[in-house]
Design a protein around this ligand. Structure first.
Ligand code: PLP
Length: 264
């Protein structure tokens, strides 16, 4: 049989597990598969979770998170990676230190609070994330609330989002910042990218449907496409279409926030 290893692309997610299968590593793996990329995992926390709430969180020791990253990077190889729920400062620090040893593209989803209001990153870890992981990031993907926290600015309009995206990139050393438009008012959902000194907007109709795990799946879709060698701007464009479709086709399961459907 021919050796197909050079043709198989891999993407690594460093994130929490959602027992409801809607967000976290479960969403990321489904998304990687949807784009034909082999998914790799470093679990940072196990959550007991359903569509209503997060009932319990068990954090993985930082050294075990690092071992998972090293195990897959050294044998299988990583073409691109993303981070999601990192839970605490010690995990952030360990992940940042480890990722500095590799040069694959990195998408950082600065997950802070779940849609159900549960803290997914301690307040004390936010500064560590900014100082130690953002400078390594190809792209950071905050939603409106995360971007407000990171920039100290109020974001109501697209002009506000532009100002905040630029400020976050310039102050932290992240190569690109995209502020997602799901929570910004307006007819369309418009994401604002600041990358290498210029702005670009990604626009889609504001659709009704299932939104649990949209942030995770969006950053995973970008990561999968970076793993395949697409440019950052093409990767985001495909991810935006993917998420819009995923919200509309989400399975109406459970009694709370139903999960986005990662299909390509
Ligand atoms: N649970 C885990 C493990 C996550 O990683 C995330 C998001 O990153 C969430 C829950 C929150 O998902 P949402 O805010 O879309 O409900």
């Amino acid at each position: 049989m021919r050796d197909l290893r050079p043709y198989v692309k891999t993407a690594l997610t460093i994130a929490g597990s959602d027992s409801g299968g809607g967000a976290g590593v479960e969403a990321d793996l489904k998304t990687f598969s949807a784009f034909g990329v082999h998914g790799l995992v470093a679990v940072t926390a196990v959550t007991a979770q359903n569509t209503n709430s997060i009932i319990a969180v068990h954090e993985v020791p930082p050294e075990v998170v690092v071992k998972q990253i090293e195990a897959v990077a050294e044998d299988i190889g990583v073409d691109a990676a993303k981070t999601g729920m990192l839970s605490n400062a010690e995990i952030v620090r360990a992940v940042a230190r480890t990722l500095k040893r590799y040069d694959f593209p990195l998408v950082v989803d600065p997950v802070m609070v779940s849609k159900t209001g549960v803290t997914l990153l301690t307040e004390g870890a936010i500064g560590v994330l900014v100082d130690e992981l953002f400078p390594r990031a190809t792209l950071v993907t905050p939603n409106r609330f995360e971007a407000e926290k990171l920039s100290g600015m109020t974001i109501r309009t697209l002009e506000d989002a532009r100002r905040a995206a630029r400020a976050i990139a310039e102050e932290t050393g992240a190569e690109g910042v995209i502020i997602k438009g799901g929570h910004i008012e307006g007819g369309d959902a418009v994401d604002v990218l600041y990358y290498q000194g210029h702005f670009r907007e990604y626009r889609a109709p504001r659709v009704e449907g299932c939104t649990h795990g949209t942030g995770c799946s969006f950053s995973a879709a970008i990561t999968a496409n970076l793993a395949k060698g697409l440019s950052l701007e093409e990767a985001i464009s495909l991810a935006k279409e993917f998420i819009t479709l995923g919200i509309v086709t989400g399975h109406r399961i459970g009694h709370g926030h139903c999960p986005v459907n990662p299909i390509a």
